[in-house]
Design a protein around this ligand. Structure first.
Ligand code: SAM
Length: 277
């Protein structure tokens, strides 16, 4: 299908069988390939990307997610990251934030779906970082396969900006994946991965946490409220050496992120502790 607008209609992101989030939209693009990709436009949220029925980000609030998944782990490194691996993130939002950091030398990125990348370059070019940058190696490949081919202890930072484990991202939440992640991370490095919305899908956080804690000695859960998700999203961070998680040792300032937020991100509601027992 092409980019014709089809008139306004109510589109629903199904959360449960009896509950969803409704948007009055115009369809901008739709194609069922590796994943079902939809791009909609809504007057409140702007353009937004949907993969397999799940809202990934909107123009209005994507900066909250992208700054969090980038700056929160960066703030825990002893120096700005020089070598970074992104898995997923085909929209380019994480790359955009990384490119604001002084001293960045190399970014490798494995994104499984070329169509996501191409469509985001077309419809979300204001959001995306610069893929012409010769420090960036963007490869269309499954993240686990890419990780297996990566050198040991090479990356300061691993950012797993993937979809929920329902489609091609399932392999990115397995123990094998975390073992490979552990192998390629430098001793002082930090790993971060999104782990869905615990209020609705707590099993994603539970499974990710259980697998990660078997592999990494230090694991911490963070939360952030991104309005279009309707609930707080979880992130799992991990490291090989202890970290003073709530203290930003390197300071970054974004539109949303600032160093004092670290203590907010890591203070969890009581019921979240049940998900990571
Ligand atoms: N902000 C998002 C959210 O809602 O959690 C994540 C957005 S980003 C668009 C997720 C990307 O992960 C997608 O482009 C998807 O193609 C990619 N992805 C999924 N499985 C993957 C895999 N096995 N290897 C590499 N990339 C993968």
């Amino acid at each position: 299908m092409g980019g014709d607008l089809t008139g306004r209609f109510w589109w629903r992101e199904k959360i449960f069988r009896d509950f969803g989030h409704s948007y009055l939209v115009e369809l901008v693009y739709e194609e069922r390939a590796l994943q079902k990709i939809q791009i909609f436009r809504n007057p409140t949220w702007g353009y937004f990307l949907v993969l397999d029925g799940i809202v990934q980000f909107t123009e209005r609030d994507e900066f909250i997610y992208h700054e969090t998944i980038t700056y929160l782990p960066c703030s825990l490194l002893p120096h700005p990251p020089e070598t970074v691996l992104i898995i997923g993130g085909g929209d380019g939002g994480v790359l955009r934030e990384l490119q604001k950091i002084q001293g960045l030398k190399r970014v490798d990125q494995y994104e499984i779906d070329l169509l996501v990348f191409e469509l985001c370059q077309k419809y979300f070019f204001k959001i995306a970082g610069n893929y012409e940058d010769n420090r960036v190696n963007f490869i269309i490949k499954d993240g686990l396969l890419g990780l297996k081919e990566s050198p040991s202890e090479f990356y300061d930072l691993l950012i797993i900006d993937c979809t929920d484990p329902v489609g091609p991202a399932q392999s990115l939440y397995t123990k094998t994946f975390y073992e490979e992640a552990q192998r390629v991370l430098k001793p002082k490095g930090v790993f971060i991965q999104q782990a869905s919305l615990p209020a609705y899908f707590p099993h994603v956080l539970t499974n990710a946490y259980r697998n990660i804690i078997e592999v990494f000695p230090y694991v911490k859960v963070a939360r952030a409220f991104v309005p279009c998700y309707g609930e707080e999203i979880a992130f799992v961070l991990a490291s090989k050496e202890p970290k003073d998680w709530t203290r930003a040792i390197t300071k970054y300032f974004g539109k949303y992120y600032h160093p004092e937020l670290n203590s907010y991100y890591f203070s969890l509601p009581a019921n979240w502790y049940n998900y990571i027992k």
